[in-house]
Write a protein that binds this ligand. Structure first.
Ligand SMILES: Nc1ncnc2c1ncn2[C@@H]1O[C@H](COP(=O)(O)OP(=O)(O)OP(=O)(O)O)[C@@H](O)[C@H]1O
Ligand SMILES: [Mg+2]
Length: 393
C-alpha cells in the first residue's frame, strides 16, 4: 500500500481537529505578542494580563466565534480604561474579525466590522490624541484599513467554504443518483435474465414432455415412431443446452453483445417446424414484405412466438390446432398466435405464470404492446405489435 505523503497527512489531521489547530495558533500568538514584549511595557504585569485576556479568545474563533468576539470586546474596553499603552497583542482583533466574517452568521460579521472600526477610532483617541492631529488620523486610518481588510478576507473565506459545501452536496447527490441507477439497471437485468431463462427452459421442457408422451404411446405399437421421438428429444435437449450456453455467455460478457448469438424473426420458421414435429398441428402464415428490424425486437418476436406455442402445448389440451401469423405492416411487425384449444377455461389458472408477464415486458421494452386471452368462440390468442424503430424515449 502506498503511504500518503507527510504534508498531506498533516493537512488532513489539521482539518479533522480545527479546535486543536486554533489552540496551537493562539499559544504561538501569545508567545510572540504577549510573553516576549511583555517586560518592555510601562506596566509589564498588567500588559501581560491584558495581552493574555485579549489573545486567549482566539482559540475559540471557529468553535464559538460570537462569544469569543464578545469576550474580546469586553477586554478591549477594559484595556482602554485601565492601560496606558496599546498592546502588540491587540492585533488579535484582526483574526477575530476575519473569523466572524468567515464562520459566524451575517449579522455577527457586520457587527464585528462596525465594532472593529469603532474600536480603531476609540484606540486612536485614547492613545494618540496627544500632539498633532496627524498622528491620530494616521492611526485611525491604518487601524480602519486593517479592520476592513481582515473582514474582506474573511468574506472571501466564507464564499470558498460555501462553494466547497455546495460541491460536496452535489457530489453526494450524484453518487446517490448513480447508486439508484445501478440498482435499477441490476433489476432490469435480473428481469431480462429471468425472461430468457424461462422462455428457453420452459419451451424445451414442454417440447420434450410432449415428445416423450408421444413416444411412450407409440412405443407399444410403432417402435420406429418411438425412436423418432427419442431423436427429437435428444435434438431439443441439445438445442436447449446451446441456447442456455449462449445465454450464459451473454451474461458473462460486458453487455455489449446483448443479443449477439440470439434467434431472430427468420428463425421462427424453424421453431414452428420443431413444434410441429413434437405433435402440435401448427401453421405459419406470413403476410407482407419482411422489413429490417434491430436485433432486440427480433429476439422479442421469436421469444413471444416460442412462449405462446409452449403455452399451447401446455394448456390448450390434446386436440388443439394452432396458427402463427406474422404481418409486416407499415411501421410494425404484428404477431398473432392462435389456437382452438380449451382456452377460456384455463385463464390464469395457477397465477404463477412467468410466461405472459415476460411477453408483455418484452413487447413494452421495444415500444410495442401485447395482449393475450381467450378468443370468442373458443381457443386462446396472443397478439403483439413490435415497431421496426423504437421511438426515442
Ligand atoms: N394457449 C393457451 N390455452 C389456454 N390457456 C392458456 C394458454 N396460454 C396461456 N394460458 C393460460 O394463461 C396462464 C398464464 O400463462 P403463462 O405462460 O404466463 O404461465 P404458465 O404457462 O402457466 O407458466 P410458465 O409460463 O411460467 O411456465 C396459464 O396458466 C394458462 O392458464
Ligand atoms: Mg407459459
Amino acid at each position: 500500500m502506498e503511504r500518503t505523503p507527510a504534508p498531506e497527512r498533516l493537512t488532513a489531521t489539521m482539518r479533522r481537529h480545527p479546535f486543536g489547530v486554533d489552540v496551537a495558533l493562539t499559544v504561538a500568538f501569545v508567545l510572540i505578542t504577549v510573553v516576549l514584549p511583555g517586560p518592555a511595557y510601562r506596566s509589564p504585569a498588567e500588559a501581560v494580563l491584558f495581552g493574555l485576556l485579549i489573545s486567549v479568545p482566539l482559540a475559540w474563533r471557529r468553535k464559538a466565534p460570537i462569544p469569543a468576539a464578545a469576550a474580546m470586546v469586553v477586554v478591549g474596553l477594559l484595556q482602554l480604561v485601565a492601560l496606558p499603552d496599546l498592546l502588540l497583542a491587540d492585533v488579535a482583533v484582526l483574526p477575530m474579525i476575519y473569523s466572524l466574517a468567515a464562520y459566524a452568521p451575517r449579522w455577527a460579521a457586520q457587527t464585528g466590522l462596525g465594532l472593529g472600526l469603532f474600536g480603531a477610532v476609540l484606540a486612536g483617541l485614547r492613545y494618540y490624541s496627544y500632539g498633532a492631529g496627524d498622528a491620530l488620523l494616521a492611526t485611525v486610518t491604518t487601524g480602519g484599513i486593517a479592520v476592513v481588510a481582515a473582514w474582506a478576507l474573511g468574506n472571501l473565506r466564507r464564499a470558498r467554504v460555501q462553494r466547497l459545501a455546495a460541491l460536496e452536496e452535489r457530489a453526494r447527490l450524484l453518487e446517490l443518483e448513480r447508486d439508484q441507477e445501478m440498482r435499477l439497471a441490476a433489476q432490469t437485468e435480473r428481469a431480462r435474465i429471468a425472461r430468457e431463462l424461462h422462455d428457453v427452459v420452459a419451451h424445451s421442457l414442454s417440447v420434450v414432455i410432449a415428445q416423450a408422451d408421444g413416444g411412450l404411446y407409440a412405443g407399444r405399437t410403432d417402435p420406429d415412431k418411438a425412436t423418432g421421438a427419442l431423436e427429437q428429444i435428444a435434438a431439443t435437449g441439445r438445442q436447449a443446452l446451446t441456447d442456455m450456453r449462449s445465454l450464459l455467455g451473454v451474461l458473462r460478457e460486458d453487455g455489449r453483445q446483448e443479443y449477439a448469438p440470439q434467434p431472430d424473426v427468420a428463425a421462427i420458421k424453424e421453431l414452428v417446424e420443431d413444434v410441429r414435429t413434437s405433435g402440435l398441428d401448427v401453421d405459419l402464415i406470413e403476410e407482407g414484405l419482411p422489413q429490417p428490424m434491430p436485433a432486440g425486437p427480433q429476439l422479442a418476436a421469436y421469444r413471444i412466438v416460442q412462449e405462446s406455442l409452449t403455452n399451447v402445448l401446455k394448456h390448450a389440451g390434446p386436440a388443439g390446432r394452432a396458427w402463427v401469423r406474422l404481418q409486416w405492416r407499415d411501421d410494425a411487425l404484428e404477431l398473432s398466435v392462435l389456437d382452438d384449444g380449451r382456452g377460456a377455461a384455463a385463464v390464469l389458472s395457477d397465477g404463477q405464470g412467468q410466461g405472459l408477464r415476460g411477453m408483455v415486458e418484452r413487447a413494452a421494452l421495444h415500444g410495442g404492446r401485447l395482449t393475450a386471452g381467450p378468443r370468442h368462440g373458443g381457443g386462446f390468442g396472443v397478439h403483439a405489435a413490435l415497431p421496426y424503430r423504437t421511438a426515442a424515449r
